[in-house]
Structure formats: structure tokens, C-alpha cells
Design a protein around this ligand. Sequence first.
Ligand code: 13P
Ligand code: SF4
Length: 339
Amino acid sequence: MNNREVIWGEMDRLTKAGLSQLGYTELELERAAELTYQINQRKSKEDVVIPAHVYQRAEILYGVADFVGDSLKLSRLCAESPAKKIVFCGVRFMAETAKILSPDKEVFLPALEAGCSLADSITREEICKLKSEYPGVPVVSYINTTAEVKAESDVIVTSANASKILQALFQKHDRIIFLPDEWMGRNLARELNKKVGEELIIHNGKCIVHEGFDPGAVEHYRRQYPGVKILAHTECSPALVAAVDFAGGTGDMLKYIKNTSASSYMLVTECGLGDMARAEFPDRHFIPMCRLCPYMKATDLAHVLKTLETPSSEQRIELPPELIRAARRPLDRMFELST
Ligand code: 13P
Ligand code: SF4
């Protein structure tokens, strides 16, 4: 087989894997195929695994990822994977979590700009200040936090288990601190019937993607598309969450689509989830109402190839052993409480 035939074969594989549903042009498919082919060749010679969050570009999800999922699924699978090296297609807090759970593995983050506005919204000093203002009150931190903030927390939660874990903790405590996502905190307080500022102390962090959705648009789309099921991430505002048919994390939203059969769906979240849903459920109809996360979309195939071939020291996740030990404790507590 000559080189052209190899690339045509790879284009065919990508098309069948799901990209045909997503409107890739022939040229885009060819460019992607040239890189996915090289990445997969390289991968086959190394003990490496590529996890990818569902908001990543579709050519990463369907071209090179070994597993795809939400924050909870990825953290579990990274810890279980026997591979010695992890090239994490997601954002920094996810790659740090992988390192905390697998300190002996080499973990790389391909794009240095892949941060997160929520993780940036609270520092170690701020969490320590909150702890001194509310002594003895347990601190529950969303997984979208830095390793330093995790290390000062009692329990970590993700969008998939926050409600269950908070419910369990409220059996023993009258008051809990939840950080850093204000909207998620308010949504949880409403769901669990807790008073914000009294029973649930929250921080003011926001996701720059989910804070931007307009709750007023929901009624407009309902009138325009009768029968549409509207799903939103719980990082959206309480007004928006109250107006939709289902609110949850990305994994829960995909489960909801799988288990229902509506005339159409609208996913109020980062656009990657809609792309994935279109590829996974080609017989369903999806109406777009999404925003791009600049952090999630910072990673492309060229970064992944470069990380495999000649990783820089900045791409390698390095955390001091004592920080890893301290940040591991609340993550283990999460796994205990969410099984
Ligand atoms: P999920 O765990 O629901 O995938 O959320 C991660 C995230 O960053 C949402 O913005
Ligand atoms: Fe962070 Fe929001 Fe991007 Fe998720 S979508 S990584 S919470 S900025």
C-alpha cells in the first residue's frame, strides 16, 4: 500500500467512526487522517493511553482516544489503566487528577493553554480563609479545582455524584462548604432544599461557557420546536436549570438521550457534547444551542502528536509528592461515597 492509500484508509476509518455525521469536508478529513494515522502508529509502539473528555474535538474523540467520558469516568479509567504514560486530552485539572491518582505514571497535557475558569476562580489562600471562617465545617470541592485546592478539601465531587455525596454528608452535618462553582452550588441547594449561606456555604466561581446561556431562550425554543427535550449542564444558572427538562453532568445527559425517544433534543452546554451526541445517535435530531470552551478546544491533533514525539517539560504534569498525598485523600473519599 502506498502512502495515499494508507491515508484514504484512515479517512474511511474516521468517517465510519462518527465524523461523517459532523460535516467534515474532504480536506479537513484528509488533514485529520494524516495526523491520526501518525499518532496511532506512534501509540502502537509505546505503553501510552489517551483519555479524552467529551468536549474535545471530534477528530480526537473518534480518531485517537482510547477512552472518552465525563470527569468521573475519566478519573476512574486513568487510575485503572495499566499504561505507564497518559496523554490527557482535556484540561489541566483533569490531567492533575490523573497524576494524583497514578503518581507513578508519566502524565502529559498536550496544550498548555488548557485551563478552566472554575479552577482559576479559587486559590489555596481563599479556601484556607473560608475554612478559618467556618471552623469544622466540611469542605466539598468540585473536581474542577487545582491540586492545591483539592489538598485543602475534605471530599471531591463531580457533576455526576455531587448530589448523592452532599445528601450523604448532610446526614451527619448541618452545614457544608461547596466550592468553587456558584451556579452548581445554588442548583444543589435547591435540589436538596438547603439554604444558601446558612446550610450550604458557596463560593462565587463561574464557568465561562455555562454562565453565558440565556434562560429566556428556553421558552422561545420550546415554542419553535414542539416536543423538544432541553437538557442543560448543572454549571448553568438556576433560572436556566429550572426551565429545562433535565439537568446533569455530561455523562447523565448522554444517558438521558439514550433512554428517551423525543422528536428532538437541545443540549445547553459546550458544543463538543452535541457533536458527540450526533455521532453516537445518528437517528436523533439535535438542535444547536451551545458554546465553545476555549480551554477544551485548545488541544488539537498536532499537539497530541508533538507530545508523543517530543514532549516539553511544560507539558509534563509534575506535582510534589506531599501535594499528591494530600490531594489524593479527598479523591479517595469521593470514590468511597459514590460507590
Ligand atoms: P463533566 O464532568 O460533567 O463532564 O463536566 C466537566 C466540565 O468541565 C463541565 O464544564
Ligand atoms: Fe472549565 Fe467551563 Fe471549560 Fe468545563 S466548560 S473546562 S468548567 S471553563
